[in-house]
Design a protein around this ligand. Structure first.
Ligand SMILES: C[S@@+](CC[C@H](N)C(=O)[O-])C[C@H]1O[C@@H](n2cnc3c(N)ncnc32)[C@H](O)[C@@H]1O
Length: 300
């Protein structure tokens, strides 16, 4: 069978299974199966596929027809212009999370670099957030980066991604239940600033069940108790503890837009002096909460 014949059949099958991006997906999967760029498909429409290539492609199409995400089929996802390895052990990085990276970069643009900085990404998954930050923050001042996740396989994948981006020395990836397993002494440099990024699970079980497309991703990376705020409710008191001994903490939390009022209440409860702002994603939905805690005179 030729490239163009196998593409047509695949598109037909994916359409039958109501895959809305059928043409694009078929192209991605065929170029992946052939290990060739997409342009090759159009410059060689009459090229015959070997039986091995055809078998591989058909298998991928069957999996896609069952709604398995393209990123898990190819093992790749682009995030903030960088390529990340992903598999079923980690959440596929979402475009809306690029807002977090953008806002942290803005934060560094406007904040003086006089104090040492520790950046801690909590619930790091593929490591996409700290890796994108470390690749884009070319600093001589030496920010200390940490990526934490409760999942051991996620930590292995984050380390693999840092290595493939040539920055494995820059970021320490550690397995931890939020901040529980990390001694404060490791994170705190006296009179320093801390930046926390956290895209922790924030869906409710109802939201998760309502979106069958999520069934291939780890449920533990998505669902967070009846109101989706279970992890943020535990994390904020841990951060309060940390904040007593540093000059300032800035926290970036990704949320579901429906949680805007509820998360503000949680923040006020644990961090009454916090300054809170909310940023919208490209679709105009509240997506990122920025919390500033400033302690002008840190205790010795
Ligand atoms: C929504 S995913 C986000 C992954 C990544 N930050 C991203 O934006 O693609 C949430 C991550 O939090 C991790 N996680 C869940 N509970 C955790 C906990 N108690 N402590 C640390 N990480 C946790 C999950 O394993 C998962 O990797």
């Amino acid at each position: 069978m030729t490239i163009s014949e196998s593409l047509s059949l695949a598109i037909q099958k994916l359409n039958q299974y109501r895959i809305t991006s059928a043409s694009l997906d078929a192209e991605i999967l065929l170029s992946f199966a052939l290990k060739k760029p997409k342009e090759f498909l159009y410059s060689h429409p009459d090229r015959q596929l070997t039986s091995g290539q055809l078998q591989k492609f058909n298998h991928l199409v069957i999996r896609r027809a069952a709604c398995e995400p393209i990123a898990y089929l190819t093992g790749h996802k682009e995030f903030y212009g960088l390529d990340f390895f992903v598999d079923k052990n980690v959440l596929i990085p979402r475009p809306e999370t690029e807002l977090m990276v953008e806002e942290v970069l803005n934060h560094f643009r406007v904040t003086p670099r006089s104090l040492p900085v520790t950046l801690i990404d909590i619930g790091t998954g593929s490591g996409c957030v700290p890796i994108a930050l470390a690749k884009n923050l070319y600093d001589a001042s030496g920010i200390k980066y940490y990526g934490l996740d409760i999942s051991k396989p996620a930590i292995t994948i984050a380390k693999r991604n840092a290595k493939s981006h040539g920055i494995s020395q820059k970021i320490k990836f550690l397995q931890s239940d939020l901040l529980k397993n990390i001694p404060n002494s490791l994170l705190i440099i006296h009179n320093s600033r801390i930046v926390v990024t956290a895209n922790l699970p924030y869906l409710t079980p109802t939201q998760y069940r309502a979106n069958p497309d999520l069934k291939y991703e780890p449920q533990k990376a998505l669902v967070a108790g009846p109101d989706g705020l279970k992890y943020y409710r535990t994390l904020l008191p841990q951060i309060k503890d940390l904040s007593r001994r540093v000059a300032s903490i800035t926290i970036f939390l990704e949320i579901d837009p429906s949680q805007t009022i509820a998360i503000k209440k949680v923040i006020h409860r644990y961090l009454p002096k916090a300054i809170i702002s909310v940023e919208k994603d490209l679709s105009g939905h509240n997506r990122l909460v920025i919390i500033k805690l400033n302690y002008k005179q840190p205790k010795p």
